[in-house]
Design a protein around this ligand. Structure first.
Ligand SMILES: Cc1cc2nc3c(=O)[nH]c(=O)nc-3n(C[C@H](O)[C@H](O)[C@H](O)COP(=O)(O)OP(=O)(O)OC[C@H]3O[C@@H](n4cnc5c(N)ncnc54)[C@H](O)[C@@H]3O)c2cc1C
Length: 424
């Protein structure tokens, strides 16, 4: 073998939750797998996210109320959704296609497909943790939406019934009941909604544990290997080349680079309609009166997660391209929201201020399957706000498709060819 050429059955680019879950599944099926990452496991969005596992989030972002909310928040740089005004044809094309999806049958279809993937993922992840003893502070006790405004609470009155139709449990709680369930809330909270099938974990631990499982199963994880080019012939990717000149060849290649998919896959003449949806989090030491359940502070769209090892406020969605700066106004908005709802809104010391790019497809469905125009290039990306929640089922589905096995769920809604084009 050429000293600079590593050969494997499967080469996965990207060591986030999606690349590593896929690697684990393929290793367990007896394949030799190499995973490359520009930095290392969990260098991207998989690191500082909120760590909630949410079948309850089956309804997509593209839904009728999204446009109304987006217009109300327009131009406010500390609003939960912010679109930085700029000339970016790809972003405007994405936004128009997003707006066209916010109606009727498209919303129903996306909700059903997402629910199937999310529910299967929740089951597989619980099983994986039970089988392997992964230490990632997993707890399956549900998630709580909390409300301070009656008008907003009333908008969710039919959610238990809608969740029931998806096979998911949800219960409305009045102010007294929600504060009794979660004494960390202050008196301004007037209602809540408990999603019974949701769970939580600590995402940086989850990624580290996945990387450990991959290595223990015989996989190779190569760090500091930023893929900058490809060798291809017709519909075959023959090798990928890293920025420092190393070549990696494989029979099958998987691109699992999340928000980096468009720039990377441009090198293979693929147009991928993903926008980086920037989010922020602040991790603290654990406050004294920390909530036990993960919370969504509904009027502010801020998520609160507590682990034995810490406490995190996170969320906000910003479309500002590949800008990795930390905007103090948006970080401050997280703390301001927590102060409105919680008795002890922040921990004594800040451990980390973080931003990450969610890989957002305009139809809010991930891309799992063969890349159009290629016979050995697979995509596993575009998981938007739910990559952790969908990771286990994505790995399983990708393995079944790649090995030509029968699939547990219908892969059609996730086919990349629905939105990705090869244009050479
Ligand atoms: C604030 C915030 C909160 C969130 N909360 C939740 C939540 O509670 N629950 C949930 O389910 N999801 C949540 N998400 C979404 C979730 O984090 C993402 O959907 C998920 O992490 C995507 O995983 P991924 O593996 O596709 O991408 P990433 O984790 O971004 O991994 C991509 C990897 O590819 C590597 N890479 C990129 N380019 C190259 C290259 N050229 N060569 C080699 N490697 C490369 C990167 O270094 C990176 O490690 C949240 C996201 C944010 C930002």
């Amino acid at each position: 073998m050429n000293a600079h050429l590593r050969q494997s059955d499967v080469l996965i680019i990207g060591a986030g939750v999606i690349g590593l879950s896929s690697a684990y599944q393929l290793l367990k099926a007896g394949r030799q797998v190499t995973v490359l990452d520009a930095r290392g496991p969990g260098a991207g969005s998989s690191h500082g996210n909120c760590g909630t596992l949410t079948p309850s989030h089956a309804p997509p972002l593209a839904e009728p109320a999204a446009l109304r909310r987006a217009l109300a928040w327009m131009g406010r740089s500390d609003a939960p959704l912010y679109i930085r005004p700029r000339m970016d044809p790809a972003l405007w094309h994405w936004l128009i296609r997003f707006a066209l999806r916010c109606r009727g049958a498209a919303v129903e279809q996306a909700t059903t497909a997402r629910a199937v993937l999310l529910k299967q993922s929740a089951e597989l992840l619980q099983q994986l943790i039970a089988d392997t003893g992964m230490q990632c502070e997993y707890r399956a006790e549900g998630l709580l939406y909390v409300f301070r405004e009656q008008r907003v609470f009333d908008e969710y009155a039919d959610l238990p019934e809608r969740m029931g139709r998806l096979g998911l449990g949800a219960t409305l709680l009045d102010g007294a009941a929600v504060r009794a369930l979660e004494p960390a809330l202050n008196d301004s909270v007037i209602g809540g909604l408990r999603h019974e099938n949701d769970a939580q974990l600590r995402p940086d631990r989850y990624v580290a544990e996945l990387a450990r499982l991959v290595r223990e199963a015989g996989g190779v994880v190569v760090e500091d290997a930023s893929v900058s080019g490809f060798e291809r012939r017709a519909d075959q990717v023959q090798a990928v080349v890293s920025a420092d000149g190393r070549r990696f060849a494989a029979r099958q290649v998987v691109a699992a680079v999340g928000a980096w998919s468009p720039p990377l896959l441009k090198g293979l003449d693929l147009q991928v309609p993903i926008q980086p949806g920037k989010g922020y989090s602040i991790t603290y030491s654990r406050p004294q009166r920390a909530p036990r359940l993960p919370l969504v502070l509904k009027e502010r769209s801020v998520c609160v997660t507590t682990w034995d090892s810490g406490y995190r406020l996170g969320s906000t969605m910003e479309f500002s391209g590949y800008d990795d700066s930390l905007n103090p106004r948006r970080l401050a908005a997280l703390e301001r929201a927590a102060r409105e709802y919680l008795l002890d809104p922040v921990g004594e010391s800040v451990v980390e201020r973080w931003q990450g790019w969610r890989p957002m497809v305009f139809d809010d469905l991930p891309l799992i399957g063969l890349a159009p125009g290629y016979a050995n290039l697979w995509l596993a990306t575009g998981h938007g706000m739910l990559g952790v929640s969908m990771s286990a089922a994505t790995g399983a589905l990708l393995r079944q498709l790649m090995l030509d096995q029968s699939t547990d769920i219908d892969p059609t809604p996730f086919r990349p060819a629905r939105v990705v084009t090869r244009c050479d």
